[in-house]
Design a binder for this molecule. Structure first.
Ligand code: ES4
Ligand code: ZN
Length: 327
């Protein structure tokens, strides 16, 4: 209990959070009303009750449906500002936030709508909350590589405001090699590279994200544990895994929190850290993830907890400065 309280109060970085996954049902209904959009659920309580998932795909179907209420610059500002306030309450000093442009451009909502809103919220987070926040453009892997390349091209006017490229959505049937040209392009532009891998997919997709895409950090990556040689490599090379405990339990990657392999990965020397992924859907923000993990794994001690917090700061792409100083 004392350890959990200390961890919750400690400065930390959040490196794996999807801004569209921070849309709380109450805000979804407020935006639906403001924009005259009909939702399939009668109330925010009914929508929240629908958050019972049995797989990544069952979650994604709801997540993309929720995006439909996001229409205006102000909507994206309100979404991101709500997240930054919640993150600050959890003592997040650095946030690297994913956004999914294709879930908006496919509805006719362009970069000129969502980027100004997202960026205005990040500037306010810096000014009023002292939080350093940056955005990582995530490409949807269930769409074609050409669609991803067109999205990167459409982002070029905003290039200086985007720190990296990520890859998310349905992992099954959409392996890293599908996006080799996209990652080569992004690397040539100086973007930092991350990719979701080994969430529902196998250890081999974690290896392919490193070797075929040049990913510097792996989002989730928990299935790397199935390959002992890969675990040794991740530890030796200091590759960070941005693990999301509540997400993994909600999406049945593990049957319960006690079965989560984060402690095993940590003790094998892998640079794991704790994140919220889609906190509005999975039952909590980053401190709730630390709390659930530590409560289910009483063998994790203060040195382990300190290592997780420190990993989060060290694995950040923030330039030298205030964030590096925390680590
Ligand atoms: C996601 Cl949990 C998860 N996995 C893959 N793609 C995603 N997009 C948003 N959340
Ligand atoms: Zn994710």
């Amino acid at each position: 209990e004392a350890l959990i309280a200390a961890v919750c109060a400690a400065p930390k970085a959040e490196l794996h959070v999807h801004i569209e996954g921070t849309l709380e049902p109450e805000l979804a209904f407020a935006l639906a009303r403001r924009n005259g959009v009909a939702l399939r659920w009668p109330s925010s309580e009914a929508l929240r009750a629908a958050y019972a998932f049995d797989s990544l795909q069952s979650f994604l179907d709801l997540y993309y449906a929720g995006c439909d209420v996001l229409r205006t610059e102000q909507d994206f500002f309100d979404l991101a500002w709500a997240y930054f306030q919640r993150a600050a309450a959890d003592h997040v000093v650095r946030a690297e936030v994913f956004f999914d442009p294709q879930s908006h451009t496919a509805r006719g909502i362009g970069f000129d709508v969502f980027m100004p809103g997202l960026l205005r919220a990040a500037r306010r987070a810096q000014d009023e909350l002292g939080m350093r926040a940056d955005y990582i453009l995530c490409v949807l892997r269930h769409l074609s590589e050409d669609d991803g390349l067109a999205t990167l091209e459409a982002a070029s006017p905003w290039r200086e405001h985007i720190i990296g490229l990520g890859l998310d959505s349905s992992e099954r049937g959409n392996p890293p090699q599908k996006f080799a040209r996209l990652y080569a392009q992004a690397r040539a532009q100086g973007l930092r590279l991350v990719a979701h891998a080994g969430e529902e997919g196998p250890a081999a997709s974690v290896r392919d994200a490193l070797d075929l895409l040049g990913a510097e950090r792996i989002d989730h990556g928990v299935h790397a544990a199935d390959d002992p040689a890969l675990v040794r490599r991740l530890a030796a090379e200091g590759v960070a895994l941005t693990v999301c405990p509540l997400s993994n339990v909600k999406l049945r990657v593990f049957p319960d929190m006690a079965a989560h392999n984060l402690p095993a990965l940590l003790h094998a020397g892998v640079k794991v850290m704790v994140n919220s992924d889609d906190p509005a859907y999975f039952g909590g923000y980053v401190n709730a993830n630390y709390r659930a993990l530590l409560a289910a794994h009483p063998a994790l001690d203060s040195a382990d907890a300190y290592r997780l917090l420190r990993n989060s700061l060290e694995a950040s792409f923030a330039p030298a400065g205030p964030v590096a100083a925390w680590a």
